[in-house]
Design a protein around this ligand. Sequence first.
Ligand code: X2X
Length: 340
Amino acid sequence: MVKTLFAAAIAAAFTVSLPAVAEQKYQPEYRLSTVLGTAFPWGNGGQRWADLVKEKTQGRINIKMYPGTSLVAGDQTREFTAIRQGVIDLAVGSSINWSPQVKELNLFSLPFLMPDYRAIDALTKGEVGRDLFKIIEKNGVVPLAWGENGFREISNSKREIRTPADMKGLKFRVVGSPLFNDTFTALGANPTQMSWADAQPALASGAVDGQENPISVFTGAKIHAVGQKYLTVWGYVADPLIFVVSGKVWKSWSKADQEAVRAAAIEAGKDETALARKGLTSANSGIYKDVAALGVKVTHLTPAEVDVFRKLTKPTYDKWSKTIGTDLVKKAEVAIAARK
Ligand code: X2X
């Protein structure tokens, strides 16, 4: 009798307390970090992810986006560490900005590794992408989907760039992986590393002569208005974006909600990538014309002209392949050669 009562009491306790315990763990707001806001494909993708999650979880998971990497005072190279430390709950981050902590992500910054969009897809949608996700996961961060910032084209205020000689002595703002210092130094330029927040005033004041970023960032940030009159389309690297959730937050969600967040990330990532590529799939595309209409001289390099840059940056490629892991680089090269 006592035994039966005891069992009944336990059963009752479980029925009542289980859902309550699960719900208690949900925060009123989850903080999503991005570098760029909704005027760019990147921030647009982040906001869309937040909106889709709200819809798919009937408001149980409420995500607020913090662009400008404001949760780490604009220091985008500290974003990944902040996710691990619980300062950031979710992020849509660039492979470049997380490379200081996840050295394998430097893969996408190897100069002239990826010749076209199909090459990016061959990596992110294949075994290389899965390997990278496993590495991120080992760091306590849950990767859910890929997006894209884009091919990074070079601009400056001084002259047209067709050859490395044109870059000589020019001061370029580069992003936060030391690989970029090596690449620009190999080309005879003068690189200086700074955050995106610092880059815009530095361009405006003339403290630096040039920068490199996807066209959507060039137009979205109105970089032409700070004297960037020359833009060369050389496609030397591209940075994918990765949609992630901190491991701790992920574990606090029900299985159904985890799957809803994942599905939302995949959907938002797909749309974001399409937006980042919009109008950029051929040399005569609308976007280049729009940029030219802003008074910018847009230069497209021939394959032979690109080869001159490739040769000079080959030692950088080889040096950084060792840091990234030669097996992973080889796997990437094979996947790109076999791309459809
Ligand atoms: O800082 C940049 O150049 C940007 C916005 O493209 C990145 O965050 C990698």
